[in-house]
Write a protein that binds this ligand. Structure first.
Ligand SMILES: [Zn+2]
Length: 86
């Protein structure tokens, strides 16, 4: 993904001028990915897991024990790095 961010320049006494410098944002693999599922019916969570299957297996087992607990908030966290392209 590439976007442009304003960079102030020009003469500050009379006017502000902006030029646009492209930046990109990408997943930074060194931080890995963290998966965390939270039951919407009670306070229980999978806790942060580096393995997606571990987090999802927790949810399947939780619903197995509590059939009415079948909605989960999934939080997937990673590290992103913004790089100036210009
Ligand atoms: Zn629950």
């Amino acid at each position: 993904m590439t976007v442009v961010a304003p960079d102030r320049g020009g003469n500050p006494m009379t006017r502000a001028a902006y030029r646009f410098i492209p930046h990109s944002i990408r997943h930074q693999p060194m931080g890995g990915v963290i998966y965390d599922l939270a039951c919407m019916a009670c306070p229980e969570t999978s806790g942060p897991q580096v393995d997606q299957d571990t987090a999802q297996l927790w949810a399947l087992r939780h619903t197995g024990r509590h059939p009415e607990h079948n909605l989960y908030r999934r939080t997937i966290t990673d590290i992103a790095q913004v790089t100036r392209e210009g």
